[in-house]
Design a protein around this ligand. Structure first.
Ligand code: C2E
Ligand code: CA
Ligand code: CA
Length: 786
């Protein structure tokens, strides 16, 4: 074969082919970058260029062929071969621009291959020699079979995003054409035949040479054009990238300009964020900075949270956004990276604020309910039980009222610390509000664990006073307990029931814990009924007063009687005040009720003989009403009772709240001439400073001390001490709840002034009181047996 070819011409053919392919691709690229009609114009030029390349190469090679006999070209077939090349290549290129899939590109490449094959074999058929041509089909067929896939692959390579693969396109096409040509030439055997004549229209090789040279020259010119286009495009791209980088550096967000997975440029912000040395990010893989980011699968403008790996290997939480931008006719990907550390920190802080109680740092009500909901929901699958403890502080309101809210806050913090110290790891402690705390005990084996915790809490709160500026503050804790699932299976039911249990604990005397039991529901129902009934009772006159006489310990004469309210219930009969005074206080009904008691007591006492006084109990709620003094004045005026015949009994609770205001009211009452007694002395706060601040007329020693008299040495000592102290302060004393003659004698012996109790008389209605008065004054009460 080598002997049959002119090597120099073969080199020329190779050069023309290479230049032509370069020109076709360069112009093709230019067409791809252009828009509108320019695009199709340059597309046609590129197609014609590639067809001409194939055609010119083919003919130069044929010219280089030395068959050893005269040769010529058949012009019509020659023209058809060129047309075939143009259509095959044109169709292939046109399709390849429009499709993306690999197999489609491969198909387009096959079309190109068909064009080139047509060009080649038709062109070869147009090659005439003075002799006969014998074809060896066993070479023709493999040449086509080998060449077609190669041109298909070449087109697939053209469409690749990877520049390295793209670079293989031209060589692949080149090899495809070379295989076709050399196999085709080898498949042809020529036999000289002197008798053979060329047809009339045959063109001699000498005549076709200028045409081929012209086409080749045109290809070189096109290649120069293509080269210019390439240079300008690259310069434009560089310019655009520089401008983009300048713009990107102004941005606060990190920006990566990428081509496929490779970073082309990165702005200052992302270098700062990732800790990479400026300029070193270019050329690196995006995935090395943002592992797990698949750029192609990230929809445009959709933010995604992920971690950025810094130069130090640490993860930085970021949010990324992808945008495609056209840069120098190329589509590039811009990835915006936003640092999320500040936002996450703020969010965490806000979450913390939303779920914690700012005062104590414990979980707040919302968080507690969340925990409870989670627990009750998850508990259903397991057989563990849970417990809710609701804790309410006893006497805390007094702290707040007397020492102020700031002091109350400090005490609450101390309480929270103390509570926390009794908790186990799994217990969740929360402050629900005010002085109300709650514990969620999870994974409890038995109800004993909850009662044990409640006992610990009651003990630790009451164990020692809370010290505030050196002043001891004694508090207690009342606790309600509800167990899940026995006492409720959902948060609402548990909370309702634990609330009832707490209420019961408080009602039972504070400093106690109570577990919920269904009978509490009945009690609450009754309570509600009392509350509703009380309003009606006042309006319909179902209230009445009974009076319990007090006698002088020396003379046995009645000095006064204490007015004690009774509710004459149409169904329940006489309801004792302990059943409704508390509710009346809570609901505020105590104010109108107290006013009614005052008016009635004064009116009835006005009918009593001589100097006999009436004692009326006042509740703290009445003291908080501004109208108290006017109401008392009105009661005295309308009844005509001398102020000196009215005694007001107040408990220490009255003094605890708003001390200054209360003292002012007391002094005002005192100036009217009304007597004031300290009731239930010894049961409350028992601060002696109250006795110093306000000179009470009388101290009533609580029944709880009297009950154990005279045998209990401690009670005896307390009663004795109170009487002595009262004497020193110039106050008189009453011993309450005297039921036995021993108690009576002890009280008299200790020098107490007046005696009250069932021994003397139970509380009596008006009629019975009147006869008791007549009876007693005729035969003064000097001893128990009287
Ligand atoms: P209190 O002021 O300590 O009233 C004395 C209570 O002790 C009365 O109960 C009386 O019946 C009871 N008592 C008297 N002597 C004895 C005795 O020897 N043994 C025993 N075991 N008890 C005795 P009552 O009438 O049930 O009143 C209970 C409480 O209800 C009173 O305690 C008082 O705090 C309140 N209360 C009654 N009426 C009124 C009222 O009109 N207004 C206000 N604010 N409270 C009232
Ligand atoms: Ca009383
Ligand atoms: Ca009392």
């Amino acid at each position: 074969m080598r002997d049959m070819h002119d090597v120099r011409l073969m080199v020329v053919a190779g050069l023309v082919c290479a230049v032509g392919i370069y020109a076709s691709f360069a112009i093709g690229n230019h067409a791809a970058r252009a828009n509108g009609s320019a695009r199709s114009r340059w597309g046609v030029v590129s197609t014609v260029a590639s067809a001409s390349t194939a055609w010119a190469t083919h003919f130069i090679v044929l010219l280089a062929f030395k068959p050893g006999m005269p040769a010529a070209f058949e012009p019509v077939l020659t023209a058809i071969s060129l047309t075939c090349a143009i259509f095959g290549l044109g169709a292939g290129v046109l399709i390849s621009i429009r499709v993306r899939q690999r197999w489609q590109l491969f198909g387009a490449g096959l079309l190109v291959g068909v064009g080139v094959t047509g060009l080649h074999y038709i062109g070869q058929a147009a090659y005439l020699v003075q002799g006969t041509v014998v074809w060896n089909l066993t070479l023709v067929l493999p040449s086509v079979i080998a060449s077609l896939p190669l041109s298909g692959l070449a087109m697939v390579a053209v469409g690749s995003r990877d520049r390295r693969i793209r670079a293989t396109a031209a060589p692949l096409l080149f090899v495809s054409i070379a295989v076709l040509h050399f196999c085709g030439m080898a498949a042809m055997t020529l036999h000289f035949d002197a008798a053979k004549r060329f047809p009339d229209n045959a063109v001699s090789p000498q005549a076709i040479t200028p045409v081929v040279a012209g086409v080749s020259l045109a290809l070189i010119v096109l290649a120069i054009f293509g080269w210019r286009f390439d240079l300008t495009a690259k310069a434009n791209l560089r310019h655009d990238r520089r401008r983009l980088r300048e713009l990107a550096d102004v941005a606060l967000e990190g920006l990566l300009i990428c081509h496929n997975d490779i970073v082309i440029t990165a702005n200052n912000s992302i270098e700062l964020l990732s800790g990479h040395v400026p300029g070193t990010l270019s050329g690196s893989f995006v995935s090395s900075l943002l592992p797990g980011l698949d750029i192609s699968s990230l929809p445009e403008r959709e933010e995604r949270e992920m971690d950025l790996i810094g130069a130090d290997g640490l993860e930085v939480p970021v949010r990324v956004l992808r945008r495609e931008v056209a840069l120098g006719h190329k589509i590039q990907t811009v990835i915006a990276v936003r640092d999320q550390r500040e936002r996450l920190k703020t969010e965490a802080k806000m979450r913390l604020l939303a779920f914690t109680d700012p005062l104590t740092g414990l979980a707040n009500r919302t968080r507690f309910f969340d925990l409870l909901a989670i627990h009750t929901a998850s508990r259903r699958d397991r057989d563990k039980i849970g417990a809710v403890l609701m804790i309410d502080l006893d006497r805390f309101k007094e702290v707040n009222d007397t020492l102020g809210h700031a002091a109350g806050d400090i005490v609450l913090r101390m309480v929270a610390d103390r509570l926390q110290s009794t908790m186990r790891m799994d217990d969740a402690l929360a402050r629900l509000g005010g002085d109300e705390f709650a514990v969620l005990q999870t994974a409890v084996e038995a109800a004993d664990a909850a009662t044990a915790l409640a006992a610990r809490i009651v003990k630790i709160i009451a164990a020692s006073p809370f010290m505030l500026d050196g002043q001891p503050i004694h508090l207690g804790a009342s606790i309600g307990i509800a167990m899940a699932p026995d006492d409720g299976d959902d948060p609402a039911e548990l909370m309702r029931n634990v609330d009832l249990a707490l209420y019961a604990a408080k009602a039972d005397g504070r400093g106690l814990y109570r577990r919920y039991d269904p009978s509490l529901d009945e009690k609450t129902r009754q309570r509600r009924a009392i509350e509703a009934g009380l309003r009606l009772a006042l309006a319909e006159g179902q209230m009445e007063l009974h009076y319990q006489p007090l006698v002088d310990s020396k003379t046995g004469c009645i000095t006064s009687a204490e007015a004690l309210v009774r509710w004459n219930h149409p169904v329940r009969g006489l309801v004792p005040p302990l059943d409704f005074i508390g509710i009346a206080e809570e609901t505020g009904l105590i104010v109108p009720l107290g006013e009614w008691v005052l008016n009635t007591a004064c009116a009835e006492a006005a009918t009593w003989p001589g100097e006999m006084r009436v004692a009326v109990n006042l509740s703290p709620a009445q003291f908080r009403e501004r109208s108290l003094v006017p109401v008392i004045v009105a009661a005295l005026n309308s009844s005509g009772l001398a102020p000196g015949r009215l005694e007001l009994e107040i408990t220490e609770g009255v003094l605890l709240s708003d001390e200054t205001g209360t003292l002012a009211t007391l002094n005002e009452l005192r100036s009217l001439g009304v007597h004031v007694s300290m009731d239930d002395f010894g049961t409350g706060y028992s601060s002696l400073s109250y006795l110093r601040k306000f000179p009470f007329d009388k101290i009533k020693i609580d029944q709880s001390f009297v009950r154990q008299l005279p045998h209990d040495a401690e009670s005896a000592a307390i009663v004795r001490a109170i009487i002595t102290m009262a004497k020193c302060l110039g106050m008189s004393t009453t011993v309450e709840g005297v039921e036995t003659s021993e108690q009576f004698d002890f009280s008299v012996a200790e020098g107490c002034d007046t005696i009250q109790g069932y021994l003397i008389s139970r509380p009596l209605d008006c009629v019975h009181l009147a006869s008791f008065i007549t009876k007693t004054c005729k035969a003064p009460h000097t001893s128990v047996t009287a």
